[in-house]
Write a protein that binds this ligand. Structure first.
Ligand code: 8YV
Length: 327
């Protein structure tokens, strides 16, 4: 019997490709570069499934051009590259990779918070540039993490992981804002207090963004929100570019209206707003919050499990639009 055909849109672990080859005819984009829209549509011709990594936009016009497509499996927990209603209307299953990256991403969010608060990147650049030739009482003085107020915008699994680290490991007072409140049990586990967005902006010493990107969350932090934050505050984004207005942030950092920012994600990445590259009080990393070998492997295997689960056994593991299954 012919195996179903799938496309793997980016280079991923060879052992995961080998697993997929046991069940499918696999075409892989071997290049480091993402496929252009035209290349993606051309390569999806006749494919029942696609393994995506978050950069490939799946929308109504692509779906109309690829009528054989039955599943798009994202190797990412975020799925803002999917037009979910259009996929559901076209009866195409969408899957993502929740849970397997939660703790790794929370570790990174906290590391970025620490590096930002304690000005580690500025110190390293100074040292590498050969400028360290004396001690000074105020050299790279940052802000304390222990005992400070940790604000979290978006309190899903990763937000809760960051809250636990702050509350239990660093004695931080945790406040959060989210579309919905956590259960009392989860609030007490995370030692987190629900507040309105204005209070969150006003009270946070370190504000971490962990909310999903959507039209509603676009520029959730812009000039007006930055103006409400403490001048000593830090802002950390491990969610998605586009949640922050990067131009407004660069201006606020340059004018020291907030103390510093730690950013793993950017509007229009991998391009970075040029003003962010020239302000000193920012720590910049290239979207690597989930990047440990075991976690990336677990993410790739879960995306593969979804393709195999659905196309071979009719049972995906982590469907986003399960209504497609019954139709
Ligand atoms: C991924 C992410 O590395 O899971 C997500 O939503 O942002 C990252 O963990 C990225 O999307 C590529 O797969």
């Amino acid at each position: 019997m012919n195996k179903p055909s799938i496309l793997v849109a980016r280079a991923v672990f060879p052992e995961v490709i080998a697993r997929l080859q046991q069940h499918f005819d696999v075409e892989q984009n071997p290049a480091d570069e993402p496929l252009s829209r035209e290349q993606l549509v051309a390569r999806l011709h006749g494919k029942a499934g696609v393994f995506t990594t978050g950069g490939e936009r799946i929308d109504a016009s692509l779906l109309a051009a690829c009528p054989q497509l039955r599943i798009c499996a994202n190797m990412a927990v975020g799925y803002n590259n999917f037009d979910l209603p259009a996929m559901t209307a076209a009866k195409v299953l969408a899957t993502n990779t929740p849970d397997v990256l939660t703790e790794t991403t929370a570790d990174f969010g906290f590391a970025l918070l620490m590096a930002t608060a304690r000005r580690m990147a500025e110190g390293e650049h100074f040292l590498r540039a050969g400028k360290w030739n004396k001690w000074a009482y105020d050299m790279f003085s940052g802000s304390d993490v222990h005992g400070s107020t940790l604000g979290i915008l978006g309190m899903g699994r990763i937000g809760q992981g960051i809250a636990r680290r702050g509350a239990h490991g660093f004695g931080m007072k945790v406040i959060y804002h989210n579309r919905s409140r956590l259960s009392p049990e989860l609030e007490s586990e995370c030692k987190a207090r629900y507040v309105g967005k204005e209070e969150l902006l006003r009270e946070s010493d370190h504000l971490v963004l962990v909310l999903p990107y959507s039209a509603q969350s676009h520029h959730s932090i812009g000039a007006a929100e930055l103006a409400q934050m403490k001048p000593t505050a830090t802002l950390i984004n491990v969610a998605r570019g586009g949640i922050v207005d990067d131009a407004a942030l660069a201006k606020a950092l340059r004018e020291r209206r907030i103390a510093a920012a730690g950013l793993d994600v950017f509007e229009g990445e991998p391009k970075v707003h040029p003003d962010l590259l020239t302000v000193p009080n920012v720590v910049l990393t290239p979207h690597i919050a989930s990047a440990t070998v075991p976690t990336r492997l677990a993410m790739a295997n879960l995306a593969a499990d979804n393709l195999i689960g659905y196309l071979v056994h009719g049972k995906p593991v982590t469907p986003l639009n399960p209504e497609v299954l019954g139709s």
